[in-house]
Design a protein around this ligand. Structure first.
Ligand SMILES: Cc1cc2nc3c(=O)[nH]c(=O)nc-3n(C[C@H](O)[C@H](O)[C@H](O)COP(=O)(O)OP(=O)(O)OC[C@H]3O[C@@H](n4cnc5c(N)ncnc54)[C@H](O)[C@@H]3O)c2cc1C
Length: 486
């Protein structure tokens, strides 16, 4: 059996390894000269910037891939648990150190709102139920048949999946600060907490179950470890080549064509590339798509875009935790602007990553390495990032300087940023969305792009746009679905 995997994100690499372990001849093709997709690494003047994922959860999903080949993950990667998972900072400058220490969590909740301690306990218990169903039971189930979805509907309704995450959290928690804090998880996978199905409340519990980890040397070291493993297991990796066409004989996939016109014949093509872009650009237009599939594809709503500013400082900001989330003043209004009105808004919330607080190797001695991520509208907005990019950069520097990092401007020694244009043009993602399609109920499980194509034989999907969805645990789970259907 010959299988070609298009794309080397976490999902694509996991698919390549799982198929190899099943005895397939596997070729992985990546457009860029380096692997990782959203998890690519940018190295500049002694600073090491992880491009994307920084919060590592459910580490067993990473370890499993080494164990498939009877290898010890510790010989390839080093995952280290963090004590403080996120430091939340509110507009009035109050802080909350979010962690797995339940006594400490309750003490801090009590300080903000005594009444909510009991509600918090109940919320955690409820998210465990969602986790047991939505993650343990269903994350690696192939949702390619309507009856599989029908079978699950009663349980999903019982778990209130018709509610949004914010609404679920608000049914247990009264204080607005705490509501924001406990409902922010959809943002980590590209969803609006006010519209994302409450099934994604499972992330709250998933973090508690295995903790939050950091990969020493950066997330890029996990990709490096996988690359070594793929080499040892003789997976052919072709870098710096884009697949321009997936070839089919009517509905049967027969191979792929690269940008240098090379044709590779195969039995299966597994796309880690964004499903809507694959269907629209790499296959035979809409020719083979049924009316129903066209309708499904056209009504999809896309996740937010991301503005990510990477910077190094010549001094160390020891007061900054590894992961900081700073909420702006208005929350719902801001999210409405991002997701619905598709316009920029100065009242930004942001996530700040400081890997050098845990790992000195990420920056030259005496320096600090950061990225700050600002959710912005995706490219359906028609924002001209060649004009707005610099303004957004200055806005976020000003905010960070006022909120947390005195004299930041004069301490930045080098920087660059990525906008939704990078996600659209470089990563081939429709509308430059940060996380493919949104995690709404109407776009989850059977309603998402299927792992086994609903249009072509021999075509499969792994990664953020298919089941179960975005985030490293999600895309690694999508490769486990593949294991069951190829
Ligand atoms: C800034 C940022 C921060 C994040 N933080 C976290 C976090 O802390 N924790 C977490 O769990 N998740 C996080 N995420 C989400 C997570 O990174 C992604 O959901 C996940 O990495 C996506 O993996 P994927 O398998 O879908 O592939 P992707 O990473 O999207 O990779 C797809 C690959 O396909 C390649 N490709 C596309 N088209 C072609 C073609 N035609 N030919 C060849 N190659 C092609 C692309 O070049 C790319 O390498 C973050 C995402 C971003 C952007």
């Amino acid at each position: 059996m010959n299988s070609v995997v298009i794309g080397s994100g976490f999902g694509g690499i996991a698919a390549a390894l799982r198929l190899k372990a099943k005895g397939h001849e596997v070729t992985l093709i990546e457009k860029h000269p380096d692997l990782g997709g959203r998890a690519r690494v940018f190295k500049k003047n002694g600073f090491i910037y992880d491009g994307g994922p920084t919060v590592i959860t459910a580490p067993y999903l990473i370890n499993e891939l080494f164990e498939l080949f009877k290898k010890n993950p510790k010989d390839y990667i080093e995952l280290s648990p963090l004590k403080i998972w996120y430091q939340f900072i509110f507009e009035d400058k109050t802080k909350f150190n979010y962690s797995g220490d339940e006594d400490e969590m309750k003490r801090q909740i009590e300080k903000i709102s005594k009444d909510d301690v009991e509600g918090y306990k109940k919320l955690v218990n409820f998210t465990k139920k969602i986790f047991d169903k939505g993650f343990t039971e269903l994350a690696d189930v192939p949702f390619d048949k309507p009856f599989v979805m029908m079978q699950q509907l009663p349980a999903l309704l019982k778990l209130k999946s018709y509610k949004s995450v914010y609404s679920l959290v608000s049914s247990y928690i009264k204080n607005e600060k705490l509501r924001r804090m406990f409902s922010m998880h959809p943002l980590l996978v590209g969803g609006n907490p006010f519209t994302t199905t409450s099934i994604y409340g499972l992330i709250l519990y998933l973090e508690k179950k295995w903790g939050i980890h950091y990969s020493m040397g950066g997330t890029g070291n996990i990709i490096k470890g996988f690359e070594k493993l793929m080499d040892e297991e003789e997976i052919e990796v072709i870098k710096g080549h884009e697949v321009t066409k997936i070839i089919s004989d009517k509905r049967k996939i027969t191979g792929v064509q690269l940008n240098d016109q090379t044709i590779i014949n195969c039995n299966n093509v597994i796309c880690n590339a964004d499903p809507p872009a694959v269907y629209e650009k790499m296959l035979n237009g809409n020719a083979n798509n049924s009316f129903l599939f066209k309708w499904k594809k056209n009504r999809m709503e896309y996740s937010m875009g991301l503005f990510v500013y990477y910077f190094g400082t010549k001094k160390k900001y020891e007061n900054i935790e590894h992961h900081t989330i700073k909420f702006g003043n208005k929350y719902k209004e801001h999210l409405d602007d991002i997701f619905d009105n598709k316009k920029l808004n100065d009242d930004i919330s942001y996530y700040l990553h400081r890997p050098s607080s845990t790992d000195k190797s990420m920056a030259p001695e005496g320096n600090d390495c950061f990225y700050v991520l600002v959710p912005v509208p995706n490219n359906q907005s028609n924002i001209d990032w060649s004009l707005e990019g610099e303004k957004m950069k200055n806005l976020v520097i000003d905010k960070m300087q006022n909120d947390l990092m005195p004299n930041l401007k004069e301490n930045i020694v080098e920087d660059f940023y990525l906008t939704p244009d990078y996600f659209e043009k470089d990563l081939n993602t429709k509308h430059g969305s940060g996380f493919s399609i949104q995690p709404k109920f109407s776009q989850s499980a059977y309603f998402r792009f299927h792992n086994k194509s609903e249009v072509y034989d021999g075509l499969y999907f792994v990664g953020a746009g298919t089941h179960p969805g975005a985030g490293v645990p999600g895309v690694l789970s999508s490769a486990k679905v593949l294991d069951k259907i190829i």
